[in-house]
Design a protein. Sequence first.
Lengths: 283, 484
Amino acid sequence: MELWFTERHTPNAKFSIKVDKQLYSGNSEFQRIDIFDSKEFGRFLTLDGYMMLTEKDEFIYHEMITHIPMAVHPDPKNILVIGAGDGGVLRELTKYDCIEHIDLVEIDELVVEVCKQYLPTTACRFDDPRVHCYFEDGVKFIRRCEDKYDVIIVDSTDPFGPGEGLFTKEFYGSCFKALHDDGIMVNQHESPFYAEDALAMQRSHKRIVGSFPISKVYQAHIPTYPSGHWLFGFASKKYHPTNDYNGTKWSMLGLNTRYYNPRLHVGSFALPTYVEELLRDVE
Amino acid sequence: MELSQTDAPIYEALRRFRRMRIVPFDVPGHKRGRGNMELTEFLGEDCMNVDVNSMKPLDNLCHPVSVIKDAETLAAQAFGAANAFFMVGGTTSAVQAMILYACKSGDKIIMPRNVHRSAINSLILADAIPVYVNPEVNAQLGISLGMSVSQVEQAIKNNPDAKAIMVNNPTYYGICSDLRKIVELAHAHGMLVLVDEAHGTHFYFGENFPVSAMAAGADIAAASMHKSGGSLTQSSFLLMGDKINSDYMRQIVNLTQTTSASYLLLSSLDISRKRLALGGREIFEKTVEMAQYARDEINSIGGYYAYSKELVNGDSIYDFDISKLSVYTLPIGLAGIEVYDLLRDEYDIQIEFGDIGNILAYISVGDRKRDIERLISALSEIKRRFGKSGTGMLTQEYIAPIVAETPRNAFYAEKKSLPLEQTAGEVCSEFVMCYPPGIPILAPGELITPEIIEYIKYTKEKGCQMTGTEDINVENLNVICGRK
């Protein structure tokens, strides 16, 4: 028997993983949630049929979206995470002793429940006493916050479906308002490779550029995302992601990572020419 | 066969018709879309397939005897009317029919001045004489209110020969008049009551809404099914009470109605009527819940005022339509029209309209909670990024018109074009209005005053889209020759 999970990356390109078995399938108020087991990538989570994470490559995404802002900010104490119901960002954040308070805002409580049950590799730090979970729309939550956080991590799904509000100018503006004067916002920034993804990427970049004085983009290689070439946005009120970065200081913390390191930190902001051009077009 | 609200006779006839695979040697010439593939790819084959001409199995809107007649009977039942007509020329055509039915040349009609342009246009067609009842104005919000009963009473007393009273219910902003009382007064004096109910289709199907025209005993109503009812743009219902001769009304409608009524529009009315009759209560419960949520959140931002039933004063605001989301913006130092433009240009959000002091966001069952959150957040961001002191903002005012000539005489009179600044004291021969909402600042036959000129200049400066004049830039106005 052969059972395959397939995601359409474009109307003309597909990505498939051979499934060993399906462990969970359910519908929440917002989306369809599925968990599969596979030989090649281990367990993986999909929402509405779109790949969210696999056990094999999730460390790349979660380390890159977390350690970059945490290593640039000199004293991050209050952190807001939006989305991230799988717990991967929390796992990375809770490695930092300097953090005093983490608010996690996830629209879909069922994602957290399912991940706690089936994805213990990521959903493993929800019980950290610094973590406070809110199950509501991030757009609504952040509207009420002012001058409250050092770092905001926007771990969203794609710019269609329940996460689309997290790619809007009103949301980025609210994040700006919610940050302290030296705050940093990092977001999942889509891919520059396929035409439609590139358009979404440009649209959100344009909106961030209009909302923050410093707005840079960095990249990582994530095999199970469309094209494998993925971007993150780094938006900041004060600190530059490489000029204000002290790699030695970060190394002294002695944190365990498998993808992130100080050399890669600096290198990840060096972008291919075609990506630079895409970004420049909307800046 | 007994008809019930679960039926949709036009829709069902079109489905039967499609299965018959009739070979078309009649119009339309696109022949089920095959003759215009680009259009077919754009609109879809299913859509082109039912864009057909009147024929025996599908009845004829000009003279309905089968499926359209049945569909109209069902619509009348659903709206609690004696008769209902399907209209394909927008609610404008329904308003026109009401006035042409009630008024012949030289007849008087009592109406508020803050009516839609379609009503005054109809006066030109009918050669009727308007007797305007000046609406009260809420001084803070700058919006025109409903008709106060005492003013209607006064107008009736001064014009006992008037043929009808027209009521705008609810207004664009959601304000309702005391319709039952107005009907009682009008009928006691032998006048018809015509209701422009363009924004009130949901009153017939939801709970806790203001009274609908038919329930209040009004004689004719124009209900925009395509606004809150979910049918296609340009489709509408004309509703009649039992005192109205519907056969004569049909003749009136046929004076100006197309003889090639679109079955896309007709089926959309039929299906939407069925949907509201069967599920309207839940649909509008959800709509109101979303509107109320948005109102509460917007009011908690500060500065903005999203108003509701607290405005009710027992007369000129007899009731309020809580499905409307009207927001007063002047306290954040921005005109409504400026907020309207910022929402679209900065946040990709299109709302219904913005005037000098207010915006209106149209809420319906098609809205999603997350889109409501976006709207609220965008308003919060607009206040943070663009807000300033609210002083020095001009409130919209109602300028009572001075009627110098009937609309028809003014419209057809010999006229000349003058620069706006030089028109004070002249009689205007055309409309000037912001669109939306499409309520005229000047109508044909009205005296132009310095106050009105100032107001037109201010609204233009704030970015309102002005329409109605022959001069597309509204720098010149047409005035009647030799009337100064």
